[in-house]
Design a protein around this ligand. Structure first.
Ligand SMILES: [Zn+2]
Length: 87
């Protein structure tokens, strides 16, 4: 999986919907240690179903490469009963 305009996940880690539609809301931007190491390139995505945000990163300056980190990275137990306000 790579950083792209639409993150390709099987499930949203917030609401658990299958094949969620995400769009980029921030990034790409890069971070690194004070000494210049451990550089990563990040993008933040918005789940169009629940409004949750996901932060994904690749190693290096980007923007090309496989996603190595994602927050949150899996659906937490107990969230299935959570009620999201309807519009
Ligand atoms: Zn969602």
């Amino acid at each position: 999986m790579q950083l792209s305009n639409q993150l390709e996940l099987n499930k949203c880690p917030h609401c658990g919907i299958d094949k969620p539609l995400f769009n980029v809301v921030a990034g790409p931007f890069s971070t690194e240690k004070h000494s210049g190491g451990n550089q990563r390139c990040w993008e933040a995505y918005n789940c169009r179903t629940c409004g949750g945000a996901i932060l994904a990163a690749i190693l290096g300056a980007g923007p090309d490469g496989d996603v190595t980190e994602m927050y949150p990275n899996k659906k937490k137990k107990g969230l299935t009963s959570r009620v999201y306000p309807s519009q």
